[in-house]
Write a protein that binds this ligand. Structure first.
Ligand SMILES: Cc1cc2nc3c(=O)[nH]c(=O)nc-3n(C[C@H](O)[C@H](O)[C@H](O)COP(=O)(O)O)c2cc1C
Length: 201
């Protein structure tokens, strides 16, 4: 009989993740959806940076970025990424490792349209992760794209989403005397059955 009860209960790890994130939205000071996103370069050197998780779908996690960025080239080369969500207020973390594909259709258009005009123009102006001579040069680029794109810019082709379909999700919650609770969900392939195991802290 499983002792996976309380905040760990349920058959759907995406529902558990959504429920933990909803709790964190009430308790975190800011950015409860900030994830540390990890990739590796072609030499196997790890890389990590924060991005904002924008959706937890039925079978994956979605964030948005510039397709010319370092993270994008590392993801496009490997098709894999990992991330961790940590909430200090809840003393919990969720770890995810999975297979990544671009989310560059209607969903990306819809999210892009939902952003403020300044953010939409900012996406046009920034060659993310490329060297920049000065802040003034960036502001000049913003002025240029503002004149070109007007008040209803279309989503740039070089900007969109990524969808991470996990093969592994681990839910961790702080326990007294460092005796934390951990449950690891794994599956062999996307779309197949999950196996859940309790881990030592
Ligand atoms: C809290 C936080 C949220 C961020 N969210 C995003 C995001 O959603 N998308 C993004 O491209 N960069 C985001 N950034 C900036 C990235 O951390 C990073 O500087 C940028 O994407 C370039 O990374 P790269 O050179 O590894 O591609 C965020 C930074 C912080 C601190």
């Amino acid at each position: 009989m499983s002792d996976r009860t309380g905040i760990f209960a349920g058959d759907d790890p995406f529902a558990i993740a959504r429920s933990w994130l909803a709790e964190a939205e009430d308790t975190e000071t800011n950015d409860p959806n900030a994830i540390a996103l990890s990739t590796v370069d072609t030499n196997g050197m790890p890389n990590v940076r924060m991005v904002l998780l924008k959706d937890i779908e039925d079978d994956g996690f979605v964030f948005f970025t510039n397709y010319g960025s370092v993270k994008a080239s590392e993801i496009d080369a490997t098709g894999r990424a990992a991330f961790v969500l940590h909430w200090k207020s809840l003393r919990r973390q969720i770890r995810v490792r999975g297979i990544v594909r671009r989310e560059d259709g209607e969903k990306a258009d819809t999210y892009y349209r939902s952003r403020s005009l300044k953010s939409r123009l900012g996406a046009w102006a920034s060659r993310q992760s490329q060297p920049l001579s000065s802040r003034t040069a960036l502001m000049a680029e913003v002025a240029k794209v503002t004149a070109q794109q007007g008040t209803d810019p279309a989503r740039p082709e070089f900007w969109g989403g990524y969808h991470i379909a996990p093969l592994e999700i681990e839910f961790w919650a702080d326990g007294a005397f460092r005796l934390h609770d951990r449950f690891r969900w794994t599956r062999d392939e996307v779309g197949t059955e999950w196996h859940v195991v309790r881990l030592n802290p």
